[in-house]
Ligand binder design. Structure first.
Ligand code: ADP
Ligand code: TRP
Length: 325
């Protein structure tokens, strides 16, 4: 199976991203050929500062490598190296009913939240469809909010195949397990839009401060506590083995165990995950040439797949086969 997913380079990754998405992407690379790309063109729908764009692209690449993406096994590339996606997007655009895009939830939500309704924002499901169809992807791991876009890609592939012949593979969404919605430090869903995240790459001191500031009720240390109602426990449980979680739950119920103690135990777990990754990320960022080499190699391997798909389409729509530079 060929797996493909893209990530918008937009700000620091957090524990919600890890449990809800990244950890599951990395498991897929054990069994499948995976293409992971940095959705740089998509980022321009909301980010206009070139310095931030550049920095965020490097940040995603270094973060994914540090967390375990293996560039020998998976293809990691930057979308901005593959203008082929745009040419494919145009063929799709010409078969896209406007109403289909008007029904896209993500567009409607973003406009409702005050983002400018640019043509780019409106049309981005078509570019996303091209991102997927360019690689003959079978599976596209995405969160719930992006599932409709994968359905759009499937619909557009069908339209192309009906119009121009059997050219494109129909992708399936691979729904990430979001049953465990990771709570933020205020107990609401962790999200960068709510400023309640625990960042994966915070320096140790800032990480400690963030964990210590998780909101709890004011039950005194000596009193019994209900683990099911507490955010610290909910986060701890994500990291812990069932036996460890049961042990902490027992201490909560018994009394004499404070939220401060639970926070310390949680911090140890978070640090065990992010400590080694933090070092690896710093190491990648200190070697920008090596990072560029990984992305250049990724772009070359991505092009080997996307080019033939593009050529297939160009021929099918009736474009003459002249040598192109
Ligand atoms: P944010 O809400 O911080 O903007 P994104 O929408 O960029 O996060 O999410 C990227 C991926 O991480 C998605 O697949 C999403 O489902 C997952 N994710 C984000 N926050 C959480 C969370 N609190 N719990 C579980 N998964 C999450
Ligand atoms: N639109 C996705 C997001 O906002 C990112 C993305 C772009 C993507 N192209 C993709 C995801 C192709 C999967 C496949 O998160």
């Amino acid at each position: 199976m060929r797996v493909l997913s893209g990530n918008q380079p937009s700000g620091a990754l957090h524990l919600g991203n890890w449990f809800g998405a990244i950890r599951q992407f990395l498991a897929l690379q054990e069994e499948h050929t995976c293409f992971f790309f940095i959705a740089s063109y998509h980022a321009l729908t909301s980010q206009r500062d070139p310095a931030i764009v550049r920095e965020n692209i490097r940040d995603v690449a270094a973060s994914y490598l540090a967390l375990g993406l293996d560039p020998a096994r998976s293809v990691l590339f930057d979308q901005s190296d593959l203008p082929e996606h745009h040419e494919i997007a145009w063929f799709l655009t010409c078969l896209t009913p406007v109403g289909m895009l008007q029904r896209a939830h993500s567009y409607k939500d973003k406009v409702a939240r005050g983002l400018d309704a640019s043509h780019g924002l409106f049309a981005y499901p078509v570019l996303m469809a091209a991102d997927i169809l360019a690689y003959d992807a079978d599976l596209v791991p995405v969160g719930k909010d992006q599932k409709q876009h994968v359905e759009i890609a499937r619909d557009l592939a069908t339209r192309v195949n009906n119009e121009w012949g059997d050219l494109l593979r129909l992708p399936e969404p691979y729904t990430l397990d979001e049953s465990a919605v990771v709570p933020g430090i205020d107990g609401e869903k962790m999200s960068k839009s709510y400023d309640n995240t625990i960042g994966l790459f915070l320096p140790p001191k800032a990480l400690k401060k963030r964990v210590m500031s998780i909101v709890t009720d004011s039950t005194p240390v000596e009193d019994p506590k209900d683990p099911a109602k507490d955010t610290v426990f909910a986060l701890y449980r994500l990291f812990a083995s069932p036996a460890e979680a049961e042990e902490m739950a027992r201490r909560y119920r018994e009394g004499g165990y404070g939220y401060g103690d639970a926070k310390k135990a949680l911090l140890e777990k978070v640090e065990a995950l992010v400590g080694p990754a933090r070092e690896k990320r710093d190491d990648w960022l200190a070697r920008p040439d090596d990072l560029e080499d990984v992305l250049a190699d990724g772009a070359r391997r991505a092009r080997e797949v996307a080019r033939p798909v593009l050529e297939r389409l160009r021929t099918a729509v009736g474009f003459p086969a002249r040598p192109r530079g």
